[in-house]
Design a binder for this molecule. Structure first.
Ligand SMILES: *[C@@H]1O[C@H](CO)[C@@H](O)[C@H](O)[C@H]1NC(C)=O
Ligand SMILES: *[C@@H]1O[C@H](CO)[C@@H](O)[C@H](O)[C@H]1NC(C)=O
Ligand SMILES: *[C@@H]1O[C@H](CO)[C@@H](O)[C@H](O)[C@H]1NC(C)=O
Ligand SMILES: *[C@@H]1O[C@H](CO)[C@@H](O)[C@H](O)[C@H]1NC(C)=O
Ligand SMILES: *[C@@H]1O[C@H](CO)[C@@H](O)[C@H](O)[C@H]1NC(C)=O
Ligand SMILES: *[C@@H]1O[C@H](CO)[C@@H](O)[C@H](O)[C@H]1NC(C)=O
Ligand SMILES: *[C@@H]1O[C@H](CO)[C@@H](O)[C@H](O)[C@H]1NC(C)=O
Ligand SMILES: *[C@@H]1O[C@H](CO)[C@@H](O)[C@H](O)[C@H]1NC(C)=O
Length: 589
């Protein structure tokens, strides 16, 4: 029985199922070969590394000073949200207070939503913040959850895995772009968090969801480029459901779609895509050729044509690789998953016929399963009752890419995958704002290498995703460049013996630059983590565990916005945490 790469031809192992046992013996020594019963196979069967129960075993073996009785706060490093100068507020409203115990495959929790009485119109909102605050104690897996208002998703996150003494975490998400939805009238708020509890996995999640609104002074203006949409049309599944409102894309040929109608006075359309990967594709970036390789993309289809692609950031949930690594500083994007914008304005000519059109999602190379849905943000012409448009050009050549494998002995070896894709479209829209031509162009590239060595005892993943997105024309012209480097090492000494060291190292980055016209903010973000964990076993017992995280979050914007945070944790202790909110001197003009 090998704790690491017992099936190196598959590159890695991700079983999380195991028999429950109260014995202190480390279960992960054999869990790769035990594909037993266990309810959790339904929830999230594929794991890489330690299960939540293994982690509880490791924790029990830690020196006493780590066994905090008080709740531990886990956090994702992000820049704080500040309302524009001169704003009033906050006006805070508790939207939901809920526990999640046996909620898997049950209807989402719903609550009636009415716009808070302090909110008189979407145009008054200078900042809207959705706060998710949750706690849990005991033993539990990380669970995915989503929050929808009127069918449009506002937040997707992974939960923190708890500790026996409890954990708490919070997310503050800027939801200003949903202002029209928040002000629109009565609707239904839905939260799905599929949890399961039993004697071993006893962690119940408790969560409060609060909306904080800030209002602008009457004379305060916003840049045209950042004015929220006038209408948000959900591109998701409708209640009732025994699941989240996301579509579940199960394989590479599966296309999940719905029909949407666009008002006849729309002059701009942007589809915002939410995506998360689960089960066989949770660690898609480690997949070998027999698992459809490591490349994944979400394609957006409009009436069957690919009009945009999302090359996702590899979000590692709190239970991924080695859950200790993500304590107390969680992995980038895990508590608040990134979303991706596809500019559909060039295609408005087609959509303005007041008929329904099919918007669909597919995932290239998908294995079961991907949770995908979208919000169609629409800007409406206040003066003209109808707008008109036409497509001038559209080019979406097929994805190009390759996978190569090389192995001498069928165990150690190397896989390499590359992919690239360009999509571009140009169209005009005539409204009371004039006849404006908009271009949307994506230039995407991807490279991944997966090297297995040491008779399957070590594995190295090195991946880069590069996404250039240009929107030309109009007040909302913008160039976005995203780069997502990922490096994973897993190995150890003496695999298969009773005394060994299990090691993990992860380097991951979310790097983004945005530049725009029309008063849009130009910004750069470098958010990078380097983390390591080591678990030492002696005679199959945990003799020690250690882990550390270093993260640098460096944001600068043309409006003077600036945030630099440099934080290091060792075990559960934050050793060094330096943040500079007013980076005078480094401020860009
Ligand atoms: C939710 O709010 C209630 C009432 O204020 C409070 O007692 C509870 O501790 C809160 N729960 C969380 C997870 O913040
Ligand atoms: C919205 O909901 C509130 C609270 O339930 C209710 O008082 C109000 O009449 C509703 N408004 C509309 C337009 O249905
Ligand atoms: C792919 O998924 C779809 C939707 O669940 C299903 O109908 C189809 O049979 C699947 N195809 C394959 C090849 O598994
Ligand atoms: C995408 O476009 C760039 C230049 O715009 C070109 O260099 C590259 O070869 C194109 N890639 C593909 C896959 O067509
Ligand atoms: C808008 O401009 C495009 C391209 O310049 C042109 O083809 C179209 O006829 C114009 N539409 C209107 C309504 O003027
Ligand atoms: C990953 O690959 C890139 C490109 O080949 C290389 O520049 C980089 O140094 C590699 N990173 C690591 C940590 O090996
Ligand atoms: C692996 O490393 C640990 C800790 O350094 C050591 O105690 C153990 O003997 C080593 N095991 C083997 C098989 O080398
Ligand atoms: C983060 O802090 C450490 C310790 O002071 C320092 O060595 C390092 O240069 C800092 N990194 C950045 C990017 O500021």
């Amino acid at each position: 029985m090998f704790p690491l790469n017992s099936q190196p031809s598959r590159g890695h192992n991700r079983a999380r199922t195991m028999p429950t046992s109260s014995a202190p013996r480390l279960l992960f020594l054999c869990f790769f070969t035990l594909l037993a019963h266990s309810h959790f196979s339904v929830a999230r069967p594929h794991r890489l590394g330690l299960s939540a129960e293994d982690v509880a075993t490791v924790e029990a073996a830690l020196p006493a000073r780590h066994l905090a009785k008080a709740k531990t706060t886990f956090f994702e490093v992000n820049r704080p949200l500040h309302p524009p100068r001169g704003s009033s507020g906050p006006c805070s409203t508790l939207l939901l207070s809920q526990s999640f115990a046996l909620t898997l495959n049950k209807p989402p929790v719903t609550a009636a939503y009415s716009p808070p009485s302090c909110l008189s119109g979407a145009g008054d909102v200078s900042l809207a913040v959705l706060e998710w605050r949750a706690d849990c104690h005991g033993v539990q897996y990380d669970r995915i959850f989503g929050v929808w208002l009127g069918g449009a998703e506002l937040l997707r996150g992974s939960t923190a895995e708890p500790r026996p003494g409890g954990v708490t975490w919070s997310v503050h998400k800027d939801v200003t772009k949903y202002a029209s939805l928040l002000a629109a009238g009565n609707s239904t708020l839905a939260v799905y968090l599929g949890n399961l509890i039993d004697d071993t996995y006893n962690g119940v999640y408790y969560a409060n969801l609060t909306l904080h609104l800030y209002f602008r002074r009457k004379a305060q203006l916003t840049a045209a480029a950042s004015t929220p949409a006038d209408l948000i049309v959900p591109v998701s599944r409708s209640l009732p459901l025994d699941d989240g409102l996301w579509f579940v894309v199960q394989n590479k040929t599966d296309i999940e779609s719905t029909r949407v109608a666009v008002p006849a006075n729309a002059y701009r359309a942007v589809l915002e895509v939410y995506v998360s990967s689960h089960y066989s594709d949770e660690f898609w970036y480690m997949n070998t050729p027999d698992q459809n390789g490591p490349f994944r993309e979400v394609t957006v289809l409009l009436d069957g044509d690919v009009v945009g692609a999302v090359w996702p950031f590899p979000v590692i949930y709190t239970g991924g690789i080695n859950p200790l690594i993500w304590r107390p500083i969680t992995s980038i994007g895990s508590f608040n998953l990134p979303t991706y914008d596809i500019e559909l304005t060039p295609f408005l000519g087609k959509l303005l016929d007041s008929k329904e059109h099919e918007v669909g999602f597919a995932v290239t190379n998908a294995q079961n399963s991907w949770y995908v849905n979208g919000n169609l943000h629409l800007w409406l012409d206040p003066k003209g009752s109808t707008t008109t448009g036409g497509l001038i050009s559209y080019d979406a050549p097929k994805l190009s890419g390759s996978i190569t494998s090389h192995s001498v002995d069928g165990i150690d070896g190397e896989y390499r995958a590359t992919a690239s894709r360009n999509i571009s479209a140009t169209g005009w829209v005539s409204s009371s704002r004039g006849n404006i031509t908009t271009t949307f162009a994506q230039r995407l590239s991807f490279a991944n290498s997966n090297v297995v060595s040491n008779k399957g005892g070590a594995q190295v993943i090195n991946q880069t995703t590069d996404a250039h997105t240009d929107v030309g024309g109009g007040a909302y012209a913008q160039q976005v460049h995203q780069s997502f480097p990922l490096y994973i090492f897993q190995g150890g000494n003496g695999s298969g013996t009773s005394s060994q060291r299990l090691m993990r190292r992860v380097e991951i980055g979310f790097v983004e630059s945005r530049a725009g016209g029309g008063g849009a903010v130009t910004s750069t973000l470098r958010n990078e983590q380097v983390a390591e964990a080591e678990v030492v076993l002696r005679d199959d017992q945990v003799a020690g565990a250690s882990w550390r995280m270093h993260q640098v979050y460096n944001y600068g914007a043309s409006n003077g916005g600036c945030y630099l945070r440099n934080v290091t944790s060792v075990g559960y202790d934050v050793l060094f945490d330096n943040n500079v909110a007013s980076c005078a001197g480094t401020r860009r003009r």
